[in-house]
Design a protein around this ligand. Structure first.
Ligand code: PXL
Length: 277
């Protein structure tokens, strides 16, 4: 196995089991050297907590990039998640063009919205800038809300395959080639992920767990990236990530006071086994 080095760019929410505090352990567990560029530092994530601190690190990014260039540092893959400002997206594009190896992968989770709504602090200017980043990516990992915001397709909670095909076609039109669309449900007790790669549609379906937990998108994206960079094909990476995310939700469900995140740690062993199969 070749030893891969990945850079992930997203925030540190000190408490809340999301973004870097899940990406770093999950991708490391997949056997990949995981370097980080924090986009912002928050005392907690922004969903359900109030009065959190937010230190925007946008202006640190160009100097970090320059230092890496001067040291000849480069990465096999770059994976971006929650970004702290619209300007950061331009800096991320600079970082990608200067420190991603030729043939290296860019994976973008346009983490900005869920359940039909933008997260607090984001606006349509951010969405516009995110489109440009998604157009450069080898893979994007949106949920349906994010895909709708990127394309202007109306957000729906009840739909069929025609609606999903419309979303995929609209994403392709804005320049996205390979799409991992999460949270797609064609029947009430099932949920799944669409993998659209090189013009081919596939769908991995699993049971819908009772409770919707915060942070599942980050767990899904991190485990997908970990499995992909370890050499799994996109469908297998999407399947491994879905199975792992479901396991994590099952570990969390019984606990009413664990509303802010997903207990992803107890199931890491299963993820490690799956990526090493
Ligand atoms: O899980 C996505 C996410 C990441 N980072 C921060 C967030 C959220 C979602 O609410 O608030 C800071």
């Amino acid at each position: 196995m070749s030893y891969k080095k990945l850079l992930t760019i997203q925030d540190i929410s000190c408490v809340g089991q999301c973004s870097l505090t899940v990406a770093l352990p999950i991708i490391s567990a997949c056997g990949i050297e995981t370097c980080v560029l924090p986009s912002a530092v928050l005392s907690t994530h922004t969903s359900g907590f109030s009065g959190y601190t937010f230190r925007d690190l946008t202006e640190d990014m160009p100097a970090i990039n320059e230092h890496w260039k001067s040291e000849g540092i480069s990465f096999d893959a770059i994976y971006t998640g929650y970004l702290g400002s619209t300007k950061q997206i331009d800096y991320v594009l600079d970082i990608y063009s200067s420190v991603c190896k030729d043939g290296g992968l860019l994976v973008v989770d346009p983490a900005m919205a869920d359940n039909g709504k933008l997260y607090v602090g984001f606006d349509m200017e951010f969405v516009e800038a995110m489109k440009a980043l998604c157009a450069k990516a080898d893979y994007i990992i949106p949920n349906i809300t994010e895909a709708c915001l990127l394309t202007g397709v109306e957000y729906k909670t009840e739909y069929d395959r025609t609606y999903i095909d419309e979303i995929l076609a609209s994403l392709i039109k804005i320049g996205c080639n390979n799409i991992i669309l999460s949270g797609v449900s064609y029947s009430p007790d099932k949920l799944g992920v669409v993998v659209y790669e090189n013009g081919k549609y596939s769908y991995y379906e699993h049971n819908r767990e009772g409770k919707d937990c915060h942070g599942t998108g980050d767990i899904y994206a991190s485990s997908f990236v970990g499995a992909l960079v370890r050499g799994k094909n996109a469908y297998d990476a999407a399947r491994i990530a879905a199975d792992y995310t479901v396991e994590c939700i099952k570990s969390t469900q019984a606990e009413d006071n664990h509303w802010y995140g997903v207990k992803f740690e107890p199931s890491l062993i299963k993820l490690i086994e799956a990526v090493n199969e």
